[in-house]
Write a protein that binds this ligand. Structure first.
Ligand code: HEC
Ligand code: HEC
Ligand code: HEC
Ligand code: HEC
Length: 273
């Protein structure tokens, strides 16, 4: 088939697609009265909550989706962050400022944990053997059937029995809740190394060499207790834009697509000969 014919054939589905999405937009467009939510989530729903505020008049800290409550855009990528803290292995964070959102403020039980786990109110567990629990069913429904690790690991492989305000490595080192990567990395070395290289996870901020970045830590995306069962649920997509970004109406559609494009393709075809 020659190029010209082929490109004409392509127009049909493309145009149909445009019409369809314009129609879908009209149908799904939120009612004008609908407000942007004031509480949104960045990645894991319920555990990456941000309050919508203004950094300065007219500049919001985030823009949120009216249909999912998910953050779509950041007015300030560093808002609410703190330094990542000391990291053992050299990576980008060694050479440029790296910040993270603290995790403890997202945890429902961080009263802190030692409010109850002080050895008397809740006794320190005697060993690491799995046992049914009288608490936290909202976090782990059945402590005898922890999903993460499919039976190979239990609570106290990650949680510090003696200082519940911290996590613990298998060597017995305390790990801050705000640095979960140090915990996850002990068992998921390959992914941890990908995360340090920027292949796994997410960063936003300045892309200048040496520029500051906000890094997402593992538990901003993964629920540490449900990694196997509650994986990533697809979100309802945002409505397609009604017009291309630089246009306010569909007038450009009316000036015969055909003519100008055809010449273009003919020239291209000639150039390829
Ligand atoms: C309101 C009191 C309370 C708070 C606050 C609390 N816990 Fe607990 N936690 C309990 C009770 C009660 C148990 C169950 C003990 C049992 O059944 O033997 C428990 C059990 C646990 C266990 C199972 C291992 C063990 O020690 O029995 C883990 C892990 C745990 N809690 C983690 C946490 C973490 C992490 C925090 C803070 C983010 C926290 N808890 C905050 C009351 C609390
Ligand atoms: C693979 C490691 C790991 C295991 C195993 C594990 N946890 Fe956790 N748990 C974590 C991490 C990491 C966090 C902090 C999550 C975050 O940053 O959102 C956490 C948070 C918690 C919290 C605080 C949640 C909140 O919203 O306040 C409780 C309670 C808890 N775990 C209980 C348990 C219990 C009970 C078990 C065993 C039945 C268990 N965990 C097993 C890693 C683990
Ligand atoms: C003590 C060791 C240990 C720690 C610590 C640990 N994991 Fe795991 N993780 C496992 C094991 C074991 C499995 C199960 C692997 C399998 O089923 O093949 C697993 C499975 C997973 C999976 C599912 C992988 C798959 O392909 O199904 C994810 C995602 C995951 N872990 C994330 C995390 C995150 C995030 C953390 C830190 C909060 C963490 N893990 C900490 C041992 C660990
Ligand atoms: C920005 C979100 C995000 C962050 C941050 C993140 N992950 Fe993931 N991770 C994903 C997604 C998406 C997948 C693929 C979906 C799946 O397998 O469930 C995945 C898959 C995984 C898997 C299973 C697949 C594999 O490649 O073996 C493991 C294990 C894992 N992540 C561990 C981690 C650890 C450890 C960290 C922190 C060092 C981390 N993740 C940080 C989003 C994230």
């Amino acid at each position: 088939m020659d190029r010209k014919k082929f490109s004409r054939l392509l127009y049909i589905p493309v145009l149909a697609g445009l019409l369809f999405s314009a129609q879908a937009y009209a149908e799904n467009a939120p009612a004008p009265a609908e407000q942007e939510p004031t509480e949104c989530f960045e990645s894991r729903e319920g555990y990456t909550t941000v309050q919508k505020t203004e950094i300065k008049p007219g500049l919001p800290n985030v823009k949120c989706s009216k249909r999912t409550g998910g953050v779509l855009w950041w007015g300030d990528p560093y808002d609410g962050t703190q330094e990542m803290g000391p990291m053992p292995v050299e990576a980008d964070y060694t050479h440029e400022p790296a910040v993270v959102k603290p995790r403890t403020s997202q945890l429902k039980y961080y009263a802190p944990c030692t409010t109850c786990h002080n050895g008397s109110m809740v006794p320190y567990p005697k060993d690491k053997k799995p046992r049914p629990l009288a608490m936290h069913q909202d976090i782990v429904p059945d402590a005898m059937d922890l999903q993460h690790g499919r039976g190979a690991i239990w609570c106290l492989d990650c949680h510090n029995a003696k200082n519940r305000n911290t996590l613990i490595s298998h060597q017995g080192d305390e790990i801050d809740f705000n640095q979960p990567q140090k915990l996850c990395g002990k068992c998921h070395g390959e992914v941890y190394s990908d995360w340090r290289d920027g292949i796994h996870g997410k960063r936003i901020g300045s892309w200048k060499k040496g520029g500051q970045k906000r890094w997402w830590v593992c538990t901003e995306c993964h629920n540490p207790h449900m990694v196997q069962t509650k994986r990533f649920q697809p979100l309802k997509p945002e409505p397609a834009p009604q017009f291309p970004r630089t246009r306010k109406n569909a007038d450009h559609e009316k000036h015969g697509h055909g003519a100008s494009h055809d010449t273009g393709h003919a020239e291209q075809a000639a150039a390829h000969k």
